[in-house]
Design a protein around this ligand. Structure first.
Ligand SMILES: Nc1ncnc2c1ncn2[C@@H]1O[C@H](COP(=O)(O)OP(=O)(O)OP(=O)(O)O)[C@@H](O)[C@H]1O
Ligand SMILES: [Mg+2]
Length: 363
């Protein structure tokens, strides 16, 4: 088991890990996902002490590896790490690359190291390449060798940091297949990946990283089908959001319209849908500004890159008031022309007690 308590990692300009607390069980296969720069690599690098944590404790089994008295090299032998780039020794053959560490660090005999190496080469489907040099292999083959080399140390934990992201797309599948087989062997694994289908297929647990730590930790079903938290939902559904907080009538309306146009261009939203998104905001906001005594409106548009659907949510104060049942016929006919579905909910007791959701018509 790996236990992490109050792990913090600061760099001079940024603190990717603020306070990570988690327990990883033996046999867990964890996909680590999240936006770029949220500390996924940093977390893996802290776990095998390639980075020194600023604060906090990490245990691997009974051993506290953050204890200064701990023998880091011993710890690293129990932890295999596979990187984006393969770091094979160019002047050694494939089999020599795999035999090296077990002979040097574990004191294995040459024969033992060779037998294990050949067995692992068969596992990754490359026994015929044993006597080739790394330069003679494709990227996908090199990464499979790098995985075999990691396995040769028989680590308790395998950490993989975007193992397929440096590969030509045609080679991603063969490396993923090797990792998928590995994930069924009962080894504890953590894999950072941006490939969501792969992440989903191999793991029993997902860490979604954001806001300085593990923002949501759950089963693949939870994270990919029913994410509980806002940022996870936006990430897995590839939702692009724009939000406005309007307080009072003197808001910068043209400025907000400009922001919406820029948002549509940035997310390559096709022109017709972009027009509908903008009109929906204009009409609903104008109706609300006219109707509410002391308007306070929170408006969010979420556009899904997966489905091409854009949805507006308007939260606003005041008495129960469904914009879609107002008596401004002109505004309503515009709104009905640009939306497909409207859902109004009264949220008794909330600061913003009215909620209106509108799905924009895409064509
Ligand atoms: N050695 C370093 N020195 C200074 N800053 C660093 C160092 N390594 C990482 N960082 C910063 O820490 C933050 C987290 O980096 P990290 O590499 O862990 O992100 P990541 O989640 O793995 O991102 P990606 O998905 O792009 O690989 C980033 O802002 C990065 O610039
Ligand atoms: Mg990274």
């Amino acid at each position: 088991m790996i236990k992490i308590e109050h792990l913090r990692k600061e760099y001079p300009n940024v603190t990717p890990l603020e306070d990570v607390n988690v327990e990883i069980h033996d046999g867990d296969v964890i996909s680590v996902i999240g936006p770029s720069g949220t500390g996924k690599s940093t977390l893996l690098r802290c776990i095998n002490l390639l980075e020194k944590p600023t604060a906090g404790k990490i245990w691997i089994g009974e051993q506290e590896i953050t204890d200064p008295k701990c023998d880091i090299n011993k710890v690293r032998q129990k932890m295999g790490m596979v990187f984006q780039s393969f770091n094979l020794f160019g002047h050694k053959t494939v089999i020599e690359n795999i035999m090296l560490a077990p002979m040097d660090l574990l004191g294995r005999s040459k024969q033992e190291a060779y037998d294990t190496g050949m067995r692992l080469l068969r596992t990754v489907g490359l026994s015929e390449k044993a006597l080739n040099y790394p330069d003679e292999l494709s990227g996908g083959q090199k990464q499979r060798i790098a995985i075999a080399r990691t396995l040769a140390m028989d680590p308790d934990v395998i950490l993989l940091d975007e193992p397929t992201s440096a590969l030509d797309p045609t080679m991603v599948g063969e490396v993923q297949a090797v990792i998928r087989d590995l994930s069924k062997t009962g080894k504890t694994m953590m894999i950072v990946t941006h490939e969501m289908n792969f992440a989903k297929a191999i793991c029993n647990r997902v860490f979604f990283m954001d806001e300085g730590g593990i923002y949501e930790d759950g089963s693949p079903e939870q994270i990919f089908e029913h994410p509980q938290r806002e940022k996870t939902r936006r990430f897995v559904y590839r939702l692009k959001a724009i939000e406005f907080d309007i307080k009072g009538r003197s808001c910068d309306f043209p400025g907000m319209i400009g922001e919406i146009m820029a948002y549509c261009i940035r997310n390559q939203i096709e022109r017709k849908l972009a027009g509908h998104i903008q009109l929906t905001f204009e009409e609903v906001t104008q109706l609300l500004l006219a109707a509410l005594d002391d308007p306070r409106i929170h408006a969010v548009c979420e556009y899904s890159e997966n489905t091409g659907i854009a949805e507006w949510t308007f939260l606003y104060n005041g008495p129960q008031f469904n914009v879609m049942a107002s008596d401004n016929d002109l505004a309503l006919s515009v709104l009905k022309g640009v939306t497909d579905h409207a859902a109004y909910t009264w949220l008794e007791g909330n600061e913003y007690s009215n909620q209106l959701k509108l799905i924009n018509r895409s064509a």
